[in-house]
Design a protein around this ligand. Sequence first.
Ligand SMILES: CC(C)(COP(=O)(O)OP(=O)(O)OC[C@H]1O[C@@H](n2cnc3c(N)ncnc32)[C@H](O)[C@@H]1OP(=O)(O)O)[C@@H](O)C(=O)NCCC(=O)NCCS
Length: 234
Amino acid sequence: MASAISDDGMVYLLLGERAAVCLYADTPHRYGFLDFPYAVPEDADALLKAVLSALIGLRVECPLPSERVWEAEALLRHGFQVGRTQRRMVRDDLNAVAASILPAGTKRIDPSPDELEALHNLVFTGHSKPAGWRTDPDHLPPLGLNLGGQLAGYALSAHHGGLFWLSELAVHPDFRRQGLGRALTRLTLAQLRGAGASQVHLYVNDDHGQHAPRLYEGAGFKTHRLTLRYVKEN
Ligand SMILES: CC(C)(COP(=O)(O)OP(=O)(O)OC[C@H]1O[C@@H](n2cnc3c(N)ncnc32)[C@H](O)[C@@H]1OP(=O)(O)O)[C@@H](O)C(=O)NCCC(=O)NCCS
């Protein structure tokens, strides 16, 4: 089995002449990722054996849309378990985005990397999501809202893989239900429209509850598909 590295940094394992599976290893975060974009069912067991031996010592995740059945069966055969459910949402027609009125007392700020990381760690406890906004050239400048002299919420967005993304949004627990999430969503849509977007995509974890999906539905996003994340401590 041969491998090839593509422009996006993914490793494609090639079986015969087919690009059969792609994977990614983030060793410092002990995180691995795989997908089967071009595989066929007969290849599944050989591919998974090869992938798992290339990703030893990592937590390996494979996101699969709920309709991809044979891939899911293969993952379960190889010891994966069903983890989080993610909702992919899309907002069209950005010309209709309402102007953002900031909640009383809040101020737009450019958050510093340190305060942004502190709020990220407070809100997303236990999720080792790498803070790609620091180094990733695809990210747009972070948007922050100050309330009570501190960073009360932020939003991160990116232009990646030809699509525009709202990649992360968080409000400090002390400042929720005051409209900051809604304001940050609108500010992000306006920011992305200014960067050339006509459509915006996002993923949201359903196991964080329905607050965020409701927030995004209220901002005009529609659910595009549900994705199950299969996980194996390898
Ligand atoms: C989701 C989150 C950003 C909402 O921020 P917020 O500032 O409290 O949201 P807003 O006050 O602007 O509320 C806007 C809408 O979101 C929904 N919503 C937000 N919090 C809610 C709650 N606790 N219960 C029910 N609905 C809620 C409602 O539809 C609300 O509209 P309404 O007030 O007219 O009912 C915040 O709870 C948060 O940071 N959660 C953890 C991180 C997260 O899940 N981020 C999103 C995925 S990256």
